[in-house]
Write a protein that binds this ligand. Structure first.
Ligand SMILES: *[C@@H]1O[C@H](CO)[C@@H](O)[C@H](O)[C@H]1NC(C)=O
Ligand SMILES: *[C@@H]1O[C@H](CO)[C@@H](O)[C@H](O)[C@H]1NC(C)=O
Ligand SMILES: *[C@@H]1O[C@H](CO)[C@@H](O)[C@H](O)[C@H]1NC(C)=O
Length: 378
């Protein structure tokens, strides 16, 4: 039997079920509005809810995708996503991962809609949202995806973390999950914030730097996690594709994890979802998420150089957990290397912007200096 955790009444449940149908099965035009709230075996949503894979994923990956980019989605299914989920591996049984390609469906051509329906029937991994899919709507897309996840949670689908990435991102999932479990063990489980601060000081290394925002350092409250590659001195775009006309808050963007891949723990996703209608949105979704989380208490921010998630890749590095801005050929190569030799790169390369360790102890304008810049200054 299906067990539901309910705070609202039956109407509430109907809305949730309805939005679930909208989101999950693309039956927008034929979804029955006056449905009773009782689910039975023949209901599609009942069968989806029964699907054990769906029931309690630890990590949900949302991959923003444009409706027509069928090839990108298939490439992800056939490469990095395929490497995780092998039933024999113990980790993959105990730490479950579920991915969704997030797509807006308003105003699509009939043939594109048909294609999406076929794709959904075949893979059941599209999260179709009622919005126009346009890059200027990406922030809305992230908001709606979080609202959908929050609805799922209210409906009884538990999850712990959400990783947001793009359709040109490659996630080395096994390593990613290993690291996440380690972060959870070291920093999220300890019984009070002071032990976390201590653990962080001990582990601050060459790849990560962290900051904790809490009002009460002796609090027992569990910390939330915001993990990625942070930028604190981002120039406000005043022209071009990412032009921002409404930003009045500071001379730079507030610190945010860049958008090719960042992870939020559940409470942060739910916080954004529940307040979505009152949160200001900017053109860039990653900038918006950083802004929305700026005033939230009890967050552990981890800057991690193993997230190669800026607009341009820094090259192939075996320790990278997420690599962004990849071509199809890049993705195929990384996958083949992982399969053949168990690592991402045949030879490691460095290109594009240099890596930095975020310095949380100085004003954001000074946060993000590369080793070279730091040396010159000294
Ligand atoms: C963004 O989505 C909204 C709601 O679907 C729509 O009204 C608007 O036209 C979209 N914006 C763009 C630029 O597509
Ligand atoms: C801080 O947290 C501790 C432990 O949770 C609690 O006993 C104490 O009252 C809190 N202090 C304040 C000022 O909220
Ligand atoms: C992607 O391919 C380009 C061109 O071959 C190469 O220069 C770059 O290093 C590759 N990136 C990764 C992460 O493998």
């Amino acid at each position: 039997m299906l067990r539901l955790r309910l705070s609202g009444g039956l109407n509430n449940l109907c809305t949730i079920i309805f939005s679930f149908i909208l989101g999950c099965t693309f039956m927008v035009s034929i979804a029955p509005i006056n449905k009773t709230c009782k689910l039975d075996d023949t209901d599609r949503e009942h069968n989806i809810m029964k699907n054990s894979k769906f029931r309690g994923p630890d990590l949900i990956i949302i991959i923003l995708s444009a409706p027509k980019n069928v090839k990108n989605r298939q490439l992800i299914r056939d490469t990095w996503r395929k490497l995780y989920g092998n039933k024999q591996n113990n980790l993959e049984q105990t730490f479950k991962v579920k991915h969704y390609f997030v797509i807006g469906n308003l105003g699509l051509r009939a043939d594109v809609k048909r294609q999406l329906t076929d794709e959904q029937n075949a893979y059941k991994d599209l999260l179709i949202l009622p919005m126009e899919d346009h890059y200027r709507n990406l922030t809305l897309k992230v908001k709606q995806a979080f609202q959908w996840l929050s609805d799922q949670y209210d409906y009884g689908v538990n999850f712990k973390y959400v990783l947001k990435c793009d359709e040109d991102s490659f996630v080395h999932l096994k390593s990613f999950v290993d690291e996440l479990i380690e972060i959870e063990r070291l920093y999220l489980s300890p019984s009070n914030v002071q032990t976390v601060v201590k653990a962080l000081e001990d582990n601050q290394g060459k790849t990560i730097s962290a900051n904790i925002q809490v009002n009460n350092k002796s609090s027992q409250k569990q910390l939330d996690l915001y993990w990625g590659y942070f930028s604190g001195n981002g120039r406000i775009f005043t022209k071009g594709k990412w032009k921002e006309t409404d930003w009045i808050f500071a001379d730079k963007y507030l610190p945010y994890a860049v958008g090719g891949g960042y992870l939020l723990s559940k409470n942060l996703v739910i916080h954004i979802a529940k307040n979505a209608d009152n949160l200001r949105s900017f053109i860039a979704e990653d900038v918006s998420v950083g802004f929305w989380l700026a005033p939230v208490n009890n967050i552990l921010r981890i800057h991690d150089t193993r997230f190669d998630t800026a607009w341009r890749s820094r090259g192939c590095q075996n320790h990278h957990l997420v690599t962004h801005a990849l071509t199809h050929q890049n993705m195929t190569e990384l996958y083949q290397n992982l399969k053949a030799i168990g690592q991402l790169c045949l030879t490691e390369t460095k290109r594009g912007p240099r890596v930095y360790i975020y310095n949380w102890n100085v004003p954001p304008s000074q946060c993000c200096k590369t080793a070279e810049e730091n040396t010159i200054k000294l």
